[in-house]
Design a protein around this ligand. Structure first.
Ligand code: PLP
Length: 358
């Protein structure tokens, strides 16, 4: 079976060597040696000002919204993973959707201002498939209206924009290190924040508000990464170059072989350095997507409809129509991409797509 993605498993000996350190330290969590080492290594690798590791990629969104959202209206994108929206609802804020750009697939910044009300507190946008939002224009809008900017950068490990890590944009950025992501710690995630004062607040928020064993800086939650997760992260990180190269090769194959009259590909924003995290293709219609999906499935190939459905259609929301997002969500599919994907399989995939309708 060819799935949409396969978790990268490092050689078990490498992982065991990291685990041995944990056993020697007899220390499993509460910001141990491995978590701190992984933070330092990632800070250097990603070239970011600050990073706090967390236990998944959703809690950083919740913490960011708790600290900056103020139970207000949050302007957000309907084209993302459900966590972007559910975190807003979970934090007692109200998602206000703004439709997406049909080629970049990120929030359409030209439609943001019309959605701002006196109750708006923040913008939470997703860099979709590692493709940066229009960060400059979003920053201008936020400045004009005194709003905070949070980026769900779950897909963005290693992405640069204008030579700078994409995590350095906005007031806060978050990332996911879930097993299905480019860089992973099994479950895991991180929060990024350049402002030292705000970063401090985020840091204590993720550890119950602890300031030493008996004092507290304020209210907090438990979002700490464990040493076991950090052990996986340290192990995977030493293979990140190879992982990225292999994914790049898959993308190049699809780029070269997919008939571009049959599918629309992701339009990358200028001045960005991409990370080959996903390979989305947009078909002419939902009907053609479903028919192609059926043929692929019959051949043991299981791409994923991602993102689907458009988040404004979630049953616990009662929101406006988002024609572009709903349209794209209906006809977009992510093709298999992972380290070790066979050329023969890529050939089968591209041939099935290219021969559709002939
Ligand atoms: C994966 C993902 C998340 C959630 O991250 P977890 O680590 O699974 O909690 C949030 N947003 C987006 C866009 C994602 O792809």
């Amino acid at each position: 079976m060819i799935p949409v993605t396969k978790t990268f498993f490092p050689p078990i000996e490498d992982y065991q060597a990291q685990l041995k350190r944990i056993w020697e330290n007899e220390w499993l969590t509460n910001r141990g040696e491995l978590v701190k080492e992984l933070e330092l290594k990632l800070k250097k690798h990603l070239e970011v000002t600050n990073i706090t590791l967390m236990t998944n990629g959703t809690l950083p969104l919740q913490i960011a919204l708790k600290v900056l959202g103020g139970k207000g209206e949050i302007i957000t994108t309907p084209f993302s993973y459900v966590a972007t929206t559910s975190a807003i609802v979970w934090e007692n804020c109200k998602p206000i959707f703004v439709d997406i750009h049909p080629e970049y697939l990120t929030i359409d910044e030209t439609k943001i201002e019309a959605a701002i009300t006196p109750r708006t507190t923040a913008i939470l946008a997703t860099h979709v498939f590692g493709n940066p939002c229009n960060v400059e224009e979003i920053e201008n809008i936020a400045r004009r209206h005194d709003l905070k900017v949070i980026y769900d950068a779950a897909h963005c490990f290693g992405v640069k924009y204008k030579g700078k890590s994409i995590f350095e944009y906005g007031d806060i950025s978050t990332c996911s290190f879930h097993a299905t992501k480019l860089f992973h710690t099994g479950e895991g995630g991180a929060i990024f924040c350049k402002n030292e004062e705000l970063n401090h607040k985020l840091n204590y928020s993720h550890n119950f508000g602890h300031n030493g064993p008996e004092k507290f800086y304020g209210v907090g939650i438990n979002a700490k990464m464990s040493e076991l997760q950090a052990a996986m992260g340290l192990t995977v990180l030493s293979y990140i170059k190879r992982i990225t190269q292999d994914r790049k090769a898959v993308c190049s194959y699809y780029d070269a072989h997919l008939d571009s009259s049959k599918v629309q590909k992701l339009k990358l924003r200028k001045n960005s350095k991409w990370n080959y995290s996903y390979y989305p293709v947009i078909f002419e219609s939902e009907k053609s997507l479903l028919e192609i999906q059926e043929v692929l499935n019959k051949n043991g190939i299981f791409p994923r409809r991602y993102f689907y459905p458009s988040l404004n259609t979630l049953e616990y929301l009662n929101n406006s129509r988002m024609p572009l997002s709903e349209n794209i969500a209906g006809k977009i599919m992510c093709l298999p991409i992972y380290q070790g994907l066979d050329v023969e399989d890529m050939k089968t995939i591209t041939e099935i797509i290219n021969s559709y309708g002939e």
